[in-house]
Design a binder for this molecule. Structure first.
Ligand SMILES: [Zn+2]
Length: 373
């Protein structure tokens, strides 16, 4: 696959212009101040001659914590489509994407200054014939550890496991691998310096993964109160992907004829998902916001997931933090727009903590110190 040019397309002059953004800077401010952008970084030192590019509420660049750049329904897409997806996410203000598995080699995106920052998990690692076709490296238990090590080495610090999926033999959702194999795989990834996350819809897979010290759970509709307490104690994160779990009734309907037990499980998980999510928040689990762009959603829909989480009953201020500064810190990036921080920021017209729907329409997006939208 030919990658598009590594040269940033938006780079005009060698030095980007000095910019000024005026408004309350989140988190922290309630009153306006002037934020300047010089050579890609934030400063609060007044810059005579700076060009004012936006007025409004200023947030650190948004984070899509569950994204699949390079993937669509039938597998990998070509580089032009990867670029189109990345631009959709970027223009919606998502300036840091945590890839949760992609069949496409998207490493070239790192070379493009006009595309969002990307933390790749490499390919999903799944059990043979136990995931969506053409997405994953599908292996048997004997090959799990070497495959995870390979993905840990080719990714950007994360490995994605498919924790559970329908078992046609059992006719129901079931863990993809025995707990001892998951434990060996997670230990091997940690030894490579990578964190591990897993797709988990059901309950049965969770104890084994938490025992093994997994770093994050995706979806997490099967989490019990006991699991949530363990996650808080261990610092395990949850990315609930509410727009995705909305679709469980469709999955149940599609499987009902051949797999009635699976259909019943999916309906039960769906019925309990709101309570599960609110319990996770109340327990103090670190929650982040993932659109599942490229999987269950199109790209550029992070605001939809923010709204979906708020509509489930989570406080808007907490969801906005989870989509911006707290996610940046979790992923090892500068969390806020302090003096000297990289100028990745989004400007919106109203306080998003009071009206998160304003995130649908950022009035300005600045990435690496340049206005990109
Ligand atoms: Zn996904």
């Amino acid at each position: 696959m030919a990658a598009p040019s590594a040269r940033p397309r938006s780079a005009g002059s060698a030095r980007p212009p000095v910019l000024r953004v005026r408004g309350p800077v989140l988190p922290g401010d309630d009153v306006s101040r002037d934020l300047y952008v010089v050579d890609g970084h934030v400063t609060y030192e007044p810059q005579p001659g700076a060009e004012t590019v936006a007025t409004g509420w200023v947030l650190p660049g948004l984070v899509d914590a569950h994204n699949h750049l390079g993937m669509e329904d039938h597998g990998a897409v070509d580089a032009d489509e990867v670029e189109r997806q990345a631009l959709q996410d970027r223009d919606a203000g998502a300036l840091l994407l945590r890839d949760c598995g992609s069949p496409a080699d998207t490493r070239w995106v790192h070379e493009r200054e006009d595309l969002p920052r990307l933390l790749r998990a490499g390919r999903h690692v799944a059990r043979t014939r136990r995931y969506i076709r053409h997405y994953a490296d599908e292996v048997e238990p004997v090959d799990l550890v070497p495959t995870v090590v390979e993905q840990a080495r080719s990714g950007d610090g994360w490995v994605k496991l498919v924790g559970d999926w329908i078992s046609r033999e059992q006719g129901d959702l079931a863990p993809s691998f025995p707990a001892s194999d998951f434990a060996a795989a997670i230990a091997a990834a940690h030894a490579e310096g990578a964190r591990v996350t897993a797709h988990c819809f059901g309950r049965d897979v969770l104890d084994g993964l938490l025992d093994a010290g997994i770093d994050c759970i995706e979806h997490g509709t099967g989490l019990s109160t006991a699991h949530l307490e363990r996650m808080v104690a261990a610092g395990t994160a949850l990315v609930p992907t509410v727009m995705q779990t909305d679709k469980f009734p469709e999955f149940a309907d599609a499987g009902r004829e051949r797999f009635p037990a699976y259909a019943a499980t999916m309906e039960d998980l769906h019925a309990r998902r709101r309570e599960t999510l609110l319990s996770a928040h109340e327990a103090g689990v670190a929650l982040f916001v993932g659109s599942d762009g490229g999987g269950a959603q199109r790209h550029g829909h992070l605001a939809g997931e923010v709204m979906a989480m708020v509509e489930m009953g989570l406080p808007a201020a907490d969801v906005v933090a989870a989509a911006s500064w707290s996610a940046r810190a979790w992923l090892g990036h500068p969390s806020g727009l302090e003096e000297g921080a990289p100028a990745d920021l989004v400007v919106v017209e109203r306080d998003p903590r009071r009206d998160p729907s304003v995130l649908w329409e950022p009035s300005r997006v600045v990435l690496r110190g340049r206005v990109v939208a």
